[in-house]
Structure formats: structure tokens, C-alpha cells
Design a protein around this ligand. Structure first.
Ligand code: AMP
Length: 476
């Protein structure tokens, strides 16, 4: 089971953490709509509420009221194959000899099966197929023999792959980021406490201040009285593997990830897209919302170059069609694009247009959009994409579709251009991504655009059929 999610952990001095956790999960809703959960601790016992569905549906008044304690962790889970998966809703909580644990995980382990088998042989019984339970049992076992910091270190040395975790051990909340920092995790200060979360937008929502990213291989322990935090660099990070796709698509544009404001990154990628593959058309329009920042950077750079191009909205999005709107068949997926996006005729009719989106996965959106724009009277349609072709699946936390479903897995750009019916199609280069993120390829995970991964993956094991929600995220 692959965990594609948002996580949060909060410690406050003198008020219940449930409501701030709830607001944070709302801020992280785009990272997962399948289930939402909160686990708190009041110094005596652990409280838990985990339910399928969006945050607003999972927590009504009484549910929040019942979560006592000023420390807690929360989780939103991304939909995976089959849509609904009650077994793997999180945080995963367990009570054992040396206390209680609540774990929220974003990422994916590559050796979960091995660790699970070893633990099963030692007598551990598992109730789910998720990686998170494996981490919980390994940590529980290590906690029997050593203190919290040493136990986390031993678990970090045992598990391989990508993980950003918020964990509650009794009433102590901690955050851990894998040694390569694949998934984001950051630390913030609130008026009366501290917060660890996948994205800084959640800290803003609580009226707090982003302090910094949690470092790859670092453990941050929040003091349960909300007075501060302690940090331990537990595993040295020789090289990082930050996911570039967080910047391109997954994260909120108003979040700062690994030092970069996502909105600025997307605009810069748009500018570079113009420099690399600009085409002068009557109008430049984004695919809302995911293409918007790219399109504005692209149009700005075009304008600076003296291009006579108008930047306008040419597509209107039905905001009530979200990621949870999973379409089982290709036919339904195609219709769903039309349900989600409708053209604004005055922008399009009788004009040459450039349509900008962040990425192409299966090609469903682009193919359908082109038909829609053609029907609305567009004379020429040029497609520009703010990331390189996605040629391979993601095994580390973003549900991308299986290799066979990826339109670019076995087609050239020219072939894709013909298949989607564009007058021209161009993608951004990998070099533009690395230059924008000020990286030399080695510190990013570019697995989905290169097929080369920072961790060992066994294709047969992982390259499973994924029924990805194909019409984009709730905030697309
Ligand atoms: P597709 O229609 O399959 O080519 O998907 C491309 C559209 O889905 C683009 O508009 C992207 O913004 C969006 N997208 C990209 N990656 C994902 C993902 N992992 N989950 C959901 N939507 C995505």
C-alpha cells in the first residue's frame, strides 16, 4: 500500500490541539481526500478519530470535542487503487507495553515487506497492509529496549524509502524526515506551541510562522508543554532526493518547500517554458488551476520579449469536481474532463491559443481539452507543459498511474502531439527544472521523468495497476 498524504503534529501549552489539527488538515486537503484522522493525548490516554472522506465530512462537532489533550497528530490520505481503503486510514494508532503510538506517514517504504516479515517472525501481528503499521511495530519494539531518540534512530536505520512522519508517543509529538528528504516536512511556531507539517500553508492557516524545513535524516521532538522543541540529526544525508513534482503539481502554490515558494517556482518554470519553447499566439491561457502560475510566468516572459499575446482565462473550472471523483472507465474519464472544464468562447473563438498545464500523465485532459477548444472555435491550439514528459511511475508518494497508462512512457513528443491533436506540443526540459530549483540533478528525485530512482525499486512488485483519479486534484 502506498501512502500519499499530508501529515501534521502539534504541541500546545494550554489548549486542546484537536481544532488546530483539524484546520491544518483542511489546509492539507489537496494532499489527500480519501480519509482524514486525528490522534491526541491528554497525558493519561490517547484519543482517536479516523474516518473515510474529506476533512469537513470526517469531523463534525462531537468528533472534535471528544479529542482531548494539547498534543496530537493528524493525517489526510490520498486515494489509491479501488478508491476506498478503510484498512489504511491514518494516523495508525497502537498501544503496547511501553506506551501508545499514533503515526501519520507520507511516503513509501521500499523494504516494508522485508521488515514486516522479520517482525511477523518475532510474533508481531499485523492488521493492515500499510507501511505505516510496519513502522509503528518496529518503533514499538525499539522503544522496549531504548529511549525515544535511540528507538527512532534504530527504526530509521531499518526502514528504507521515502517517509515524512509525524508520530505521537504518549503525549510527545515528533517529526521525522527520511535521510534523502523525499517528501516535504517543515516546522513552525504558533503563539502557544509548535507544529510539524507537510506544507507551510498549514502553519499560515494557524496564524503561525514557518521556522524551517525539517532536515533530511532529522528528528524533531516537540516538548509536550508547547515550550519548544529539540532536534537530532539521526542519520547523515550524503545526498538528498527532494521530489521535484511537489513543486510542479502536488504542493500548494502558497507553501514554501525546501526554501522555495512553490508559486515562484511555477512562475519561473513558466518563464523558462517561454524561453525554451515559446510560440506567439493571440492568447495564452492556463488549464485551471494547476497551469495558472506557469501560464502567468510564460505570458510575462512573452510580453517582455515583445510578443503580441494576450493572457486570458479561456477555460472555466467546475470547482465541485474534485480528486475524489474517480472515474473507472476511460469513457467516463473523458466525459469528466468536460464536466470539469468548459471553454470561455470569447477568449477562444477565431483565435490561435496556447494552453499551458503543469503536466501530462495519461493525456486524457489534453486530448479532451483540445476537442473542447476546437469546438469552441479555436483556430490553432498549441500546448505547452511546465514539466518534462512523465515516462515512469512514482513509487514514493505520488500516484501517477502505471507505466502502461503513461502517454509518454513509449511515445515521442511528436507522437503525443499527433495523438492529442495539437498544432504543436512542447514540454519543459529537465535542465530548466534543476536550474529553477538551484540543484544539480543529484539532489532531486526525478524518477518519473528519467526512470531512475534514488531508492531501489523492484518493478514487478510496485508497477501495479493504479486507478488514479484522472481529472486532477481538488485544487487543480
Ligand atoms: P492526464 O489527464 O492523465 O494527462 O493528467 C494530467 C492532469 O492531471 C494535469 O492537469 C495535472 O494537473 C493533473 N495531475 C498531474 N499529476 C497528477 C496526480 N498525481 N494526481 C492527480 N492529478 C494529477
Amino acid at each position: 500500500m502506498h501512502e500519499k498524504c499530508g501529515v501534521v503534529g502539534i504541541s500546545l501549552s494550554d489548549r486542546d490541539a484537536a481544532r488546530p489539527l483539524y484546520y491544518s488538515l483542511y489546509a492539507l486537503q489537496h494532499r489527500g481526500q480519501e480519509s482524514a484522522g486525528i490522534v491526541t493525548h491528554d497525558g493519561f490516554q490517547q484519543y482517536e478519530h479516523v474516518e473515510m472522506g474529506m476533512v469537513g465530512d470526517a469531523f463534525d462537532g462531537p468528533a472534535l470535542e471528544s479529542l482531548n489533550g494539547s498534543n496530537g497528530v493528524g493525517h489526510v490520505r490520498y486515494p489509491t487503487e479501488g478508491g476506498v481503503n478503510e484498512c489504511c486510514a491514518q494516523p495508525f494508532s497502537v498501544s503496547f507495553k511501553s506506551g501508545s503510538l499514533g503515526l501519520a506517514h507520507n511516503g513509501n517504504l521500499v523494504n516494508a515487506d522485508v521488515v514486516r516479515d522479520d517482525l511477523a517472525e518475532m510474533g508481531h501481528a499485523f492488521t493492515s497492509t500499510g507501511d505505516t503499521e510496519v513502522i509503528a511495530h518496529d518503533l514499538a519494539r525499539n522503544l522496549l529496549e531504548s529511549d525515544l531518540v535511540r528507538a527512532v534512530k534504530a527504526t530509521m536505520e531499518r526502514i528504507h524509502g521515502s517517509y515524512s512522519l509525524t508520530i505521537m508517543h504518549d503525549e510527545t509529538v515528533l517529526g521525522v524526515r527520511d535521510p534523502q528528504g523525499n517528501r516535504p516536512l517543515c516546522l513552525g511556531e504558533l503563539e502557544d506551541g509548535y507544529v510539524l507539517t507537510s506544507e507551510s500553508a498549514a502553519i499560515d492557516t494557524l496564524g503561525g510562522e514557518l521556522i524551517r524545513d525539517v532536515e533530511p535524516g532529522e528528528l524533531v521532538v516537540l516538548r509536550p508543554d508547547g515550550s519548544g522543541y529539540d532536534s537530532y540529526q539521526l542519520v547523515d544525508n550524503e545526498s538528498t532526493a527532494h521530489c521535484f513534482f511537489e513543486h510542479v503539481y502536488f504542493a500548494r502554490p502558497d507553501s514554501v518547500i525546501d526554501g522555495n515558494l512553490v508559486y515562484d517556482v511555477r512562475r519561473e518554470l513558466g518563464r523558462r517554458l517561454w524561453e525554451e519553447a515559446g510560440v506567439e499566439t493571440d492568447v495564452v491561457m492556463p488549464v485551471p488551476d494547476s497551469g495558472r502560475a506557469f501560464a502567468s510566468g510564460y505570458a510575462e516572459a512573452a510580453d517582455e520579449d515583445g510578443a503580441d499575446t494576450e493572457f486570458a482565462e479561456g477555460l472555466m473550472k467546475n470547482r465541485y469536481v474534485g480528486r475524489t471523483f474517480i472515474m473507472p472507465t476511460q469513457d467516463e474519464r473523458e466525459r469528466a474532463v468536460r464536466l470539469k472544464l468548459n471553454p470561455i468562447r470569447s477568449t477562444v473563438e477565431g483565435r490561435s491559443v496556447t494552453v499551458i498545464d503543469d503536466s501530462v500523465v495519461r493525456g486524457t485532459t489534453s486530448t479532451q481539452l483540445l476537442e473542447v477548444l476546437e469546438e469552441a472555435g479555436a483556430e490553432e491550439i498549441h500546448v505547452r507543459i511546465g514539466s518534462p514528459p512523465i515516462v515512469a511511475p512514482c513509487y514514493f508518494g505520488i500516484d501517477m498511474a502505471s507505466r502502461e497508462e503513461l502517454i509518454a512512457a513509449d511515445r515521442s513528443v511528436g507522437e503525443i502531439e499527433t495523438e492529442i491533436g495539437a498544432d504543436s506540443l512542447a514540454y519543459l526540459s529537465i535542465d530548466a527544472i534543476t536550474a529553477t530549483l538551484d540543484s544539480d540533478r543529484s539532489d532531486l528525485c526525478l524518477g518519473c521523468v528519467t526512470g531512475q530512482y534514488p531508492y531501489d525499486v523492484e518493478d514487478e512488485e510496485h508497477d501495479r495497476e493504479v486507478t488514479r483519479p484522472t481529472i486532477g486534484a481538488a485544487d487543480d
